[in-house]
Ligand binder design. Structure first.
Ligand SMILES: NC(=O)c1ccc[n+]([C@@H]2O[C@H](COP(=O)([O-])OP(=O)(O)OC[C@H]3O[C@@H](n4cnc5c(N)ncnc54)[C@H](OP(=O)(O)O)[C@@H]3O)[C@@H](O)[C@H]2O)c1
Length: 213
């Protein structure tokens, strides 16, 4: 499948590498065509990887991943082109974090969320929130003594969530579906729980798992 990744940071690179290992064709997009990180990533990732602008990555992808700084989502999505993303599955891996006070805090919550904002910015796209509740080092093929962790996801389109659950399975994750995109109000605070635990414990090697019986 052709995958567009909007974002050149650690998340875009980790997810991009995962998709490449699984045999997909990945274009990583950024604000400028010759972005060093995207070009370097593509060079390292091999023949099925390429770099371009946000618009080029959005147009390349049958499925698109949003992995930009949360406060920059709107400007990145406008550059990507909401029309281009109509009908496509868009995985929103971002968190609406505010770093103005030093330590990260959620910039929105309770009555709205970053995931809902992304869906409103892309009314024709099928947005699925995923990959926002774990560090990039564990996004592809996580290895934990307790077995595969679960990725909590949400979104309005059931078929899109099935596609994302299949991708998660290929990436080495179980899936826990929390319903419509409004559940981003609960998934984004889970990112903070992951970060706060890591800061207190002094380790970034943890992931969530839902125990069921
Ligand atoms: N780091 C993690 O382990 C982790 C884990 C889970 C979720 N997340 C979330 O995933 C997202 C990506 O995180 P990250 O650490 O990989 O990268 P990041 O540093 O948060 O974001 C980098 C990307 O944001 C773009 N960007 C920055 N300012 C912009 C602006 N004003 N307009 C348009 N685009 C702009 C950059 O564009 P250029 O390429 O043009 O520079 C770059 O592609 C964030 O929302 C983060 O909260 C991170």
């Amino acid at each position: 499948m052709r995958i567009g990744i909007l974002g050149t940071g650690d998340v875009g690179q980790a997810l991009g590498r995962g998709f490449i290992v699984l045999g997909h064709e990945v274009k990583m997009g950024s604000r400028s065509a010759g972005n060093d990180k995207a070009v370097g990533w593509a060079k390292e990732a091999g023949g099925k990887a390429s770099a371009g602008t946000f618009a080029e990555a959005a147009s390349h992808g049958e499925l698109v991943v949003l992995a930009t700084l949360g406060s920059a989502n709107e400007s990145a999505l406008k550059a990507a082109g909401p029309q281009t993303l109509r009908g496509k599955v868009v995985i929103d891996a971002t968190n609406p974090l505010d770093f103005s006070g030093g330590a990260p805090q959620l910039a929105v919550g309770h009555t709205d969320s970053g995931g809902e904002r992304v869906q409103r910015l892309l009314p024709g796209a099928r947005v699925v929130k995923a990959f926002n509740t774990v560090g990039n080092a564990h996004m592809f093929r996580p290895r934990f003594p307790g077995g595969p962790p679960d990725m909590f996801i949400c979104g309005n389109d059931d078929d899109a969530k099935k596609q994302v659950a299949a991708i998660l399975s290929d990436f080495g994750w179980g899936t826990a579906d929390l319903g419509p995109i409004e559940s981003s109000r609960y998934l984004e605070p889970m990112c903070m729980a992951w970060v706060v635990y890591g800061a207190r414990a002094g380790t970034w090697n943890h992931a969530f798992k839902l125990l069921r019986k």
